[in-house]
Ligand binder design. Structure first.
Ligand code: FAD
Ligand code: MLT
Ligand code: ZN
Length: 480
């Protein structure tokens, strides 16, 4: 078979035949993509680091169509790669070989929104930013926000259990997603699309699909609890002289801001250099080894500003923070947020990016960056650290002029062993996808991985849904 580029063998799925394409064209006229050039963007991931060679993209509009597609593929033994906005960062969103791409791009309808409960029900292909705009008009917001909001789909967010910039305040999707509709590998639809805050009738099946990265079912609709839009939002962007001070600033602001704290993000000076050099953004504060972005969201601007000012006075007076700026108007808030949100984009302009997304005890968060920098020396171009400090989530990124196997060997498994020694997680929020599935054992015991494989075998006995992703392959399937 073609596309034998990876250290993995194509599993014995059927090959796409003319009759298959004809079937899909009859099912969804005008929504079947076959041209090589048109299919190309769906074959390459956002980071441009992995590439599949699918020949077919399907764009269903309804759950019934997704059911028919999967029923057909299941019978024919054709592999399928569910795809949302294709912004995933672990190679899970694109095929490895010739899997059929099932795109949710046209499943973009809002089904209902209840202003009393704040519960939104929508199709899986709604773009996160569109949902945010829709809700803001009604005085509500989405409980999650991330730099990829302009492209990612809510179904993709749920499938990856995306964390993002608001998790500190509104919690994980595991808490805010109230219901899901999912089509299983054999085409049967599972309607768990309830809109109830409380429902203890049996096992909570939706949790199995949240974070399952398209390997257990295709999410077709989502019911999600949305918070009220805060009346007052403030952002402070501050410079700190050491990571110890970043931590102390966090403890102080948590104590002084309490319920209005909605984000606590950090980035190091290298990140600032990258957004300045590659994106021409400018730092609003004096050069510092570390920067933090603090957001408050509340219902009373006078009260919130007073609290924030008291905190800032304390932080400056005690030397925790050496410079800072505050924004209350939407435009300036956006400018400050973009310094943090656009680091990912800046990194792609710096060269080949080795990306790690680690959960650690917060006190040790930056030690990994320091150790990695010392270990790699001149062999890396930049070693940077940023992330959701309030959630104990470090984004460690290493850049080099081009991909090098020896540099990868110097990083892995060192980074995973380091993380496991601290009982951390090797994937805090991005998932395992194609790139990290063989490292799951650093964060999960053997018994847990076995149980996951049993769930997979039960829900998808032929293994047609997103093969080669998330779970490690059995040893005989690997080509070493
Ligand atoms: P895709 O990339 O298309 O797919 C991701 C995975 O989900 C794949 O395995 C795919 O098969 C599966 N999938 C997609 N849709 C479905 C569906 N309907 N049913 C079943 N499976 C499906 N992540 C964070 O957690 N926090 C962040 O702060 C964050 N910031 C980001 C910033 C940038 C600039 C970028 C590029 C990415 C960022 N991400 C972040 C990565 C994150 O995983 C995605 O942005 C997002 O959650 C994926 O949504 P998507 O629609 O693009 O899914
Ligand atoms: C972020 O927090 O910016 C995202 O998770 C993307 C990344 O890790 O680069
Ligand atoms: Zn992140």
């Amino acid at each position: 078979p073609t596309c034998e580029r990876y250290a993995v063998r194509r599993l014995p799925f059927a090959q796409l035949a003319d009759g298959d394409v004809a079937f899909f064209k009859r099912l969804m006229p005008g929504r079947v993509i076959t041209g090589e050039e048109e299919v190309k963007p769906f074959n390459v991931d956002w980071l441009k680091s992995v590439r599949g060679c699918s020949q077919l993209v399907l764009k269903p509009q309804t759950t019934a169509e997704v059911s028919q597609i999967l029923r057909y593929c299941y019978e024919r033994n054709l592999a399928v790669n569910p795809q949302g906005g294709n912004t995933g960062l672990v190679g899970g969103s694109v095929p490895v070989f010739d899997e059929i791409i099932l795109s949710t791009a046209l499943m973009n309808q809002i089904i209902s929104f209840d202003k009393v409960s704040g519960i939104l029900v929508c199709q899986a292909g709604c773009v996160l930013e569109r949902l945010s705009e829709y809700l803001e008009e009604q005085g509500f917001i989405m409980p999650l926000d991330l730099g990829a909001k302009g492209s990612c789909h809510i179904g993709g967010n749920v499938a990856t259990n995306a964390g993002g910039l608001r998790l500190l305040r509104y919690g994980s999707l595991r808490g805010t997603v109230l219901g899901l509709e999912v089509v299983l590998a054999d085409g049967s639809a599972l309607d768990c699309l309830t809109s109830l805050r409380k429902d203890n009738t049996g096992y909570d099946l939706k949790q199995l699909f949240i974070g399952s990265e398209g390997t257990l079912g295709v999410i077709t609709a989502v019911s999600i609890l949305c918070p009220q839009k805060p009346k007052a939002v403030n952002v402070a962007f501050l410079g700190c002289q050491s990571f110890a001070k970043v931590l102390e600033t966090f403890t102080t602001c948590r104590a002084m801001l309490g319920e209005i704290l909605s984000a606590y993000e950090f980035m190091d000076e290298k990140c600032m250099e990258l957004v300045e050099t590659h994106l021409k953004l400018s730092s609003p504060v004096a050069d510092s080894p570390f920067y933090v972005l603090i957001e408050t969201s509340g219902s009373n601007s006078t009260h919130d500003e007073e609290k924030l000012n008291n905190f800032l006075e304390r932080a400056m007076a005690s030397g925790l923070v050496t410079d800072g700026t505050v924004a209350t108007d939407t435009k300036k808030i956006k400018v400050l947020w973009s310094l943090r949100e656009r680091i990912t984009e800046a990194l792609t302009h710096d060269g080949y990016v080795y990306k790690y997304d680690i959960s650690l005890p917060v006190g040790k968060l930056y030690d990994l960056v320091t150790d990695m920098r010392a270990r790699l020396g001149q062999s890396a171009k930049n070693v940077v650290g940023y992330g959701h400090l309030g959630d104990g989530n470090l984004h460690l990124n290493i850049t080099a002029e081009s991909y090098s196997h020896s540099l990868l060997d110097a990083i892995e498994p060192f980074v995973y062993e380091w993380t496991a020694r601290c009982s951390g997680s090797i994937s805090a929020e991005h998932g395992l996808g194609f790139k990290k599935r063989h490292f799951i054992q650093y964060s999960k015991p053997h018994e847990a991985v076995l149980l996951m494989q049993q769930f997979k075998a039960m829900l998808d006995p032929k293994g047609i849904l997103n093969p080669y992703k998330t779970l490690p392959s059995s040893p005989e399937r690997r080509m070493c």
